[in-house]
Design a protein around this ligand. Structure first.
Ligand code: OGA
Ligand code: NI
Length: 346
């Protein structure tokens, strides 16, 4: 592969660097009028699942079926319906690993303003975004396309503004003015609902319209290194979950909850952290915001997590780890490789 690339004069690293140096993200490419997806974004050929002809309307993966994501109505939480709701959440977490929530108490206005602010930030002139563009992992506010650009097999058709909000959030001046007020307001609403968790990071994603969606992906298949992820998405669509091995289902709905890797470990595989991806689309832009509930700050490197085995004296299936160790392993691997969970499996 490397030799063939050299022979055709394709210098991948130089192209990645040139793209990264623009500090304007994929949106910058679209603004510059690209009509073809640059090669750094081409998803590598999978010999087991060859790419279909270019005229094929969808990406080169598997069957996509109609949605089978459960919808859970949270009205009455804390009252008499609590046991019933807990049973519904458990059933969803054990099977599809994803569910949509309605009547969750997060005001519509906060959700729509949150999405609007992500659009505002990404659609402002590139000069306004550039100061936030960074690959410095220690910053609490990072804008980039995307953290694993230089080691992932292929770049993804999206830009992300990533914020570590709790236990210690950024100061307001560190947050782009386009999102400053609403990000605090929205996460306050969500944390009130989620309660006692140890940390919250927010990934605000912008998926520009893509001229050749079959060649790339918005997000390659992955699981989340979280306890739980709460995803707010607009109506464009593109998120798919791998409910069974070769079957992707569309995940519609504004507020989606999915089980992450930490919960799968602590439940000793009782709850499922399910692979998901975002296909690229010419109908963009698409905007989403993922709230990652997971330990961060000092607790991430001191507190140890492992299976809490309560039933039938089943043997633990994972060794224990700190959140920092797990997230480090997850980041090194990049999205799309062998699941991070496998590295901790006994
Ligand atoms: C993620 C993710 C999906 C989306 O951020 O982990 O899966 O719809 N996002 O943006
Ligand atoms: Ni995810």
């Amino acid at each position: 592969m490397a030799m063939a690339s050299a022979a055709t004069g394709y210098d991948r690293l130089a192209e990645l660097k040139a793209f990264d140096d623009t500090k304007a993200g994929v949106k910058g490419l679209v603004d510059a009028g690209v009509t073809a997806v640059p090669r750094i974004f081409h998803h590598p050929q999978d010999p087991a699942a060859p790419r279909p002809p270019l005229s094929h309307p969808t990406h080169h993966h598997d069957v996509v079926t109609n949605s089978s994501i459960p919808v859970i109505d949270l009205s009455g939480l804390g009252l008499t319906r609590r046991p019933e709701l807990v049973a519904q959440v458990k059933a969803a977490a054990k099977t599809v690993g994803f569910f949509q929530v309605v009547n969750h108490g997060v005001p519509d206005a906060a959700m729509s303003e949150m999405l609007a602010s992500v659009r505002r930030f990404n659609e402002a002139p590139a000069e306004a975004r550039r100061p936030f563009y960074t690959r410095d992992a220690s910053r609490r506010v990072k804008y980039s396309s995307k953290y694993d650009l230089f080691w992932a097999p292929a770049a993804s058709w999206r830009d992300t503004l990533f914020l570590d909000m709790a236990p210690v959030g950024p100061s307001p001046e560190e947050i782009p003015p386009a999102c400053r007020d609403i990000v605090f307001e929205y996460t306050r609403q969500l944390e009130r609902d989620a309660g006692c968790l140890d940390g919250l990071s927010v990934a605000a994603h912008y998926y520009p319209a893509c001229p050749e969606p079959h060649l790339t992906l918005g997000a390659v298949k992955h699981t989340d290194a979280t306890f739980l992820t709460v995803l707010l998405q607009d109506g464009v669509g593109g998120l798919q979950a791998r409910v069974e091995d070769s079957c992707w289902v569309d995940v519609p709905g504004a507020l989606i909850v999915n089980v992450g890797d930490f919960l799968q470990v602590m439940s000793n595989d009782g709850f499922r952290s399910v692979e998901h991806r975002v296909v690229a689309t010419s109908d963009g832009p698409r905007v989403s915001e993922a709230c990652f509930f997971r330990p961060s700050g000092p607790a991430a490197s001191t507190r140890v997590y492992g299976p809490i085995v309560v039933k039938d004296a089943a043997a633990p299936r994972y060794r224990s780890f700190t959140a920092a160790e797990f997230i480090g392993s997850y980041r090194d691997r990049g999205f799309g490789g062998r699941p991070a969970l496998d590295r901790f499996r006994l």
